[in-house]
Design a protein around this ligand. Structure first.
Ligand SMILES: Nc1ncnc2c1ncn2[C@@H]1O[C@H](COP(=O)(O)OP(=O)(O)OP(=O)(O)O)[C@@H](O)[C@H]1O
Ligand SMILES: [Mg+2]
Length: 462
């Protein structure tokens, strides 16, 4: 019963039914035609024989010739009867039986000099018969149908053998073919089964370029991605515990010191404790954000707002820190631009990117924020001339907890979650983010906005 569900069985069955129908039809058609031809040949030869006797009798209508005709047929498997016009028996090559008499007694009807078949039912009657008229009478020819039937049954026998052979060969071919066709599918099924059980070492042995090959490719990609995700998840968990433990170690340590010596300079310790606790709560908030985004319950509320005031507000918010480090920020954006976005999330993105640009730049450097249309795409570009990102790290900076310089950025307070969050928000808006960087030269982050999300108000509308 289980076999009925196998794909090879299903494909095989469909092929088999089609092939057998086709073969059956062809064999039946051939058989019918050959039988028809064979029987027609029999009729023709009977009639020809009768006609040739008739021709002889027409030339020499004497007792000797008539006798000679009868003698000739007495040695063959045909029977000849020569009758007068009034159907009186002149001679016959063998004695007439009941069936022959019946045929002879039947009215001949219209008959030309070519003669005609007067009994053609070779399947049910005992004889087939022809009649050839001549001046003084008729030549009747008979042939026992058992001979014709035997011939046809012999032919049928051959047809049966051919049919059975065709059936057998078709069956074997289809079994082989369906196996060959479905083998790669079954292999893939086995491989994916192993993959789902966690065995990623399996190879999917399909390398063709057709749909099966493409399917195998997709499965390989899925397996790779899944493997990557699994590794990422465990790395993520390891990073989380590490990142949470470090500030906690500080908090615990300094709290302990503060607790033990109540007279000492507790202010410094409490400051450190306060900063580390802050860092922790930031990180937990970020993680919470990311978790929400992962569960797809993350929703953005898009609305239209003027872009320039929003950017200026952010600039204002960050200016104390920027001034502190003597970093200048230039914002360039047309006044009349309306952006369709979630304002809170958008601000989060810009602050994160500016924070990076600021954090990874030396004092006295410049940061540019530009909003402009390039090659038909509206772009928001944040460009710094800070330390840049090494080429080999660039592809990974959007991953969670990824930091280029683990030790140094820790001192800058980074956790490596900022860009991961930025990317999620950007993608939730249907936008794209691209990073370009050169070590020692600077970094450019480009947000490619979707066409419809930016409206340039015309003067008339205002
Ligand atoms: N403008 C930039 N210039 C140089 N390096 C950068 C820049 N932006 C990001 N990076 C590198 O990419 C890493 C990841 O950035 P991300 O914003 O995700 O983390 P972070 O800034 O370290 O921490 P967080 O943003 O969570 O406080 C950074 O650690 C830094 O090494
Ligand atoms: Mg950051």
């Amino acid at each position: 019963m289980k076999y009925l569900n196998h794909i090879s069985f299903k494909i095989g069955l469909i092929f088999f039914v089609i092939m057998i129908d086709l073969e059956g039809f062809i064999i039946y058609f051939l058989h019918q035609n050959i039988v028809k031809e064979r029987v027609k040949d029999e009729f023709n030869s009977l009639l020809l024989r009768g006609n040739s006797h008739r021709d002889v009798l027409e030339q020499y209508n004497d007792a000797k010739t008539i006798h000679h005709v009868a003698v000739m047929e007495s040695k063959s498997d045909l029977i000849v009867i020569v009758l007068t016009k009034s159907k009186k028996n002149i001679i016959s090559s063998s004695p007439l039986d009941q069936e022959m008499r019946k045929i002879v007694a039947k009215p001949i009807g219209k008959v030309t000099h070519k003669g005609k078949i007067i009994e053609s039912d070779w399947e049910d009657k005992k004889y087939i018969a022809s009649v050839s008229p001549f001046k003084d009478g008729y030549v009747y020819m008979f042939k026992n149908t058992s001979q014709v039937q035997q011939l046809i049954s012999q032919m049928n026998h051959h047809f049966w053998i051919a049919g059975l052979l065709a059936f057998g060969i078709t069956l074997v071919m289809i079994i082989l073919l369906s196996h060959i066709l479905t083998r790669p599918l079954i292999n893939m099924k086995e491989a994916t089964k192993k993959i789902t059980k966690g065995d990623l070492s399996v190879e999917i042995p399909v390398n063709s370029k057709d749909e099966l090959g493409q399917l195998a490719d997709s499965i390989r990609t899925l397996a790779r991605e899944w493997n990557h995700l699994r590794r990422e998840r465990s790395e993520f968990l390891a990073s989380i515990s590490h990142e949470l433990r470090t500030p906690l170690t500080y908090i615990k340590g300094y709290a302990d010191i503060a607790r033990k010596n109540s007279h000492a300079d507790n202010g410094t310790y409490l400051n450190i404790i306060y900063e580390e606790a802050n860092k922790l709560s930031d990180m937990i908030k970020n993680l919470f954000d990311l978790a929400k985004m992962d569960r797809n319950s993350f929703q953005i509320q898009k609305q239209n707002f003027p872009l320039l005031p929003m950017l200026e507000q952010i600039e204002h918010k960050l200016s104390p820190a920027f001034q502190n480090k003597n970093v200048t920020l230039t914002v360039r954006c047309k006044k009349n631009i309306l952006l369709l976005a979630d304002p809170i999330r958008f601000e989060q993105v810009i602050i994160n990117l500016l924070d990076n640009a600021y954090k990874y730049s030396e004092p006295h450097s410049h940061i540019h924020l530009n909003v402009k249309k390039e090659e038909g795409i509206w772009k928001l570009i944040i460009k710094d001339n800070g330390k840049g990102i090494p080429k080999e790290d660039l592809p990974y900076i959007f991953e969670r907890f990824y930091r280029v310089d683990k030790s140094r950025t820790r001192s800058l307070g980074g956790t490596g979650l900022g860009l991961a969050i930025v990317k999620e928000i950007i993608e939730a808006h249907g936008w794209e983010i691209h990073a370009y960087s050169q070590e020692g030269v600077g970094t450019t982050m480009e947000i490619w906005l979707q066409g419809g999300d930016i409206i340039e108000e015309t003067a008339a509308r205002r």
